[in-house]
Design a binder for this molecule. Structure first.
Ligand SMILES: C[S@@+](CC[C@H](N)C(=O)[O-])C[C@H]1O[C@@H](n2cnc3c(N)ncnc32)[C@H](O)[C@@H]1O
Length: 277
């Protein structure tokens, strides 16, 4: 049953009842993160109760207010049904302990994680910048356990705590190295040419591209995330990549393009795969 068929709101407001929402967690317990427009303010608890009725594993419901904000890319949230917000999420064969009110996480990126993980070869050294609680690292190790190392760099101290716990949980100590640091600082001090750099910061990765270019090996690949408007999702990202590669005096070839998912109305989150030669 759809959410809008499960709530008692006036006919003229039914079209505003959200079609989609994020269920994060598993059978052991889940939290729903939902966006409810202001026109439905007086029905928000009704909607939250319906979400619990429709998803029997859900123990708590939080409403996200506004867009993601700040360096840590978090929503402001309003608790509609109180309960635990730290949950065990399962996807693609690994587990992720996460509290979406403290750490960025989107289950909608799962297919991108799978797609990226299938490109990784044996013995690669990887810098995973903007790592959050680490989902891309675990997706990669599930499919390519023979990578050399994944340095997972994250600024939000809460996210680093979850990252460390997830490294233990998924038994990948030694393979994933959690680092609480600013991505720029990390790239500038590390004296290593990585085979692959993952830049999962669609609003802002461009500001760090020069730094990523300074720590990638020749022949390496940078996965660059950005947003793009529906009519030409690639144009802005392409011009950023081109300009930064000229500035850094390196040859870059865009070898892959992927629409990750819808980001906002008429705007996509995109990924560009850039090979450095
Ligand atoms: C869009 S989230 C992606 C998180 C994770 N990779 C995922 O896919 O779930 C971006 C992350 O980058 C972190 N971040 C933002 N600026 C940063 C910086 N300068 N250095 C390191 N991490 C940063 C944020 O705290 C946030 O967790």
């Amino acid at each position: 049953m759809r959410l809008r068929d499960a709530v008692d709101v006036p006919m003229e407001l039914r079209g505003l009842v959200p079609n989609s929402f994020d269920v994060i967690g598993s059978r052991e317990g889940a939290v729903v993160v939902v966006e409810i427009p202001s026109e439905l303010e007086q029905y928000k608890y009704e909607i939250a109760k319906a979400l619990i009725r429709l998803n029997k594993n859900v123990k708590s419901v939080v409403r996200r207010v506004g867009a993601r904000r700040g360096a840590f890319r978090l929503y402001e949230t309003e608790v509609l049904i109180p309960g635990p917000t730290e949950v065990m999420h399962r996807e693609l064969g690994y587990r992720l302990l996460i509290d979406p009110t403290k750490v960025f996480f989107s289950p909608r990126d799962q297919s991108d994680r799978l797609d990226l993980s299938l490109m990784v070869g044996r013995n690669e050294s990887i810098a995973y910048l903007f790592a959050g609680a680490g989902p891309y690292a675990f997706a990669i190790l599930k499919r390519q356990p023979d990578v050399s190392s994944i340095h997972a760099v994250e600024l939000n101290p809460d996210a680093v705590i979850y990252l460390e716990r997830n490294v233990k949980l998924n038994k990948v100590r030694g393979k994933v190295i959690p680092i609480e640091d600013d991505a720029r600082h990390f790239c500038n001090v590390v004296k290593q040419g990585f085979n692959r750099v993952i830049m999962t910061l669609p609003l802002g990765a461009g500001e760090y591209l020069i730094d990523a270019l300074s720590c990638i090996a020749k022949g390496g690949i940078i996965h660059f995330y950005h947003t793009g408007r529906e009519e030409n999702p690639w144009s802005e990202a392409e011009s950023i990549v081109l300009n930064k590669c000229i500035e850094a005096n390196v040859n870059c070839n865009i070898i892959g393009r992927r629409i990750v998912r819808e980001y906002a109305p008429y705007v996509y989150k995109i990924r560009m795969d850039i090979k450095i030669s």
